[in-house]
Design a protein around this ligand. Structure first.
Ligand SMILES: NC(=O)c1ccc[n+]([C@@H]2O[C@H](COP(=O)([O-])OP(=O)(O)OC[C@H]3O[C@@H](n4cnc5c(N)ncnc54)[C@H](OP(=O)(O)O)[C@@H]3O)[C@@H](O)[C@H]2O)c1
Length: 340
């Protein structure tokens, strides 16, 4: 290789409370050489989503933490620079969990931890990192396979302007639901009502969520699609209708809290309302991905579904991108572009 260096973000310390960029350290190392059976890739885009926070600290309930001094984990897309593996050649576009670094050598372990990619259903390749990837599948499968919406259902969605949430809002509306979204700024709330066309939006940072919910849906919530957990989950549980379906997708409000996870105080309402609450992990639904992408692609191509990307530029920005996501400063899927 040339004299070019590989910029890599290591985890330097675990935060006491909120994550900051000081918890990471940027180091420059030699670009690694691939051995026989290995592939050298150069990262083009990283996707930054809330659960990455759990890698820096106790690991949340997963315990899956990055050791101090080690490469921060993360996934994205890359281009093959040099291949000594028969399944890949220079120029191939791939996706995988390469971590927060510019270059990576992927060894020949099975299953091979990168896969070749191509644009799905006419969308840009970066859409594979969100609407045409796991987040799109999460919204689609979480809504249709788990919540099973019916015309006229009241559907409440938290982190509603986020990657998964905004898709759930739009799909729910198209299924004939009355959709209420919860988001963290007036601009995001306006986006939900004015651009995505949902019926109501609540700014959880400035409004009394319980009061607004009671006035927006006095007969209760039929479906709660939970992306945040914590207090919002409790408020939703306190307002469910008979036979409601609560779908547990994520718990973003808890990811900064490390070991101090808040449980739902109002869970007993599930008994009175004969409701269900079910979690799901999207990678156990891989058999449904193809259908989800096909349908999402059709909806995007016909202008019935929209999505946003919020793109930062350069490896230096990566920790800040995660801090922004946890502060709700991103508007659209947070990507960091590292190159073409
Ligand atoms: N079950 C599964 O298999 C599965 C798969 C994919 C994702 N997920 C989960 O689904 C959730 C949404 O994922 P995503 O990728 O679409 O993320 P996202 O919603 O795009 O995440 C970013 C947004 O989260 C909100 N947020 C940040 N901190 C918050 C807090 N303390 N309380 C409430 N909201 C907060 C912010 O929006 P505001 O400005 O509105 O606060 C921020 O813009 C995540 O919890 C993720 O872990 C689960």
């Amino acid at each position: 290789m040339s004299n070019e260096k590989n910029a890599r973000w290591l985890v330097k310390s675990y935060p006491e409370q909120e994550l900051s960029i000081d918890n990471f350290e940027l180091v420059y190392e030699d670009v690694p050489e691939p051995a026989e059976g290995e592939v050298l890739i150069r990262t083009t885009s990283l996707v930054i989503s809330p659960p990455l926070r759990m890698a820096v600290g106790t690991g949340g309930i997963t315990g899956n933490v990055v050791a101090l001094g080690s490469l921060m984990r993360g996934s994205g897309q890359a281009v093959v620079v040099e291949s000594r593996h028969p399944g890949f050649e220079a120029g191939d576009l791939v996706s995988g969990a390469m971590g927060w670094q510019e270059y990576a050598v992927i060894d020949g372990m099975k299953p091979f931890p990168i896969e070749k990619i191509q644009p799905r259903h006419g969308q840009p390749i970066t859409a594979n990192l969100h609407v045409m990837g796991a987040s799109g599948a999460t919204a689609y499968i979480g809504l249709y396979d788990l919540a099973k919406p019916r015309v006229g259902d009241v559907l409440l969605v938290s982190a509603a302007a986020g990657t998964v949430g905004a898709l759930v809002c739009q799909l729910g509306r198209q299924s004939g639901c009355r959709v209420i979204g919860i988001a963290g700024s007036d601009a995001k709330c306006r986006y939900l009502t004015d651009e995505l066309g949902i019926e109501g939006a609540i700014n959880y940072r400035t409004e009394d969520v319980a009061k607004r919910l009671q006035s927006l849906c006095p007969h209760g919530i039929d479906i709660y699609f939970d992306n945040v957990g914590g207090e919002t989950l409790d408020i939703a549980l306190g307002n469910i209708a008979q036979g409601a379906r609560v779908v547990l997708c994520g718990a973003t409000s808890q990811y900064e809290g490390d070991a101090e996870w808040r449980g739902p105080k109002n869970y007993f309402n599930l008994v009175y309302r004969e409701a269900t609450m079910q979690g799901f992990y999207i990678f156990n639904y891989a058999h449904r991905f193809k259908d989800a992408y096909r349908r999402l692609g059709e909806l995007i191509n016909s202008g019935q579904l929209v999505y946003r990307e919020d793109v930062l530029d350069g490896i230096e920005q990566v920790p800040d991108a995660l801090v922004r996501v946890l502060a709700g400063e991103n508007f659209g899927t947070q990507l960091v572009k590292l190159g073409e």
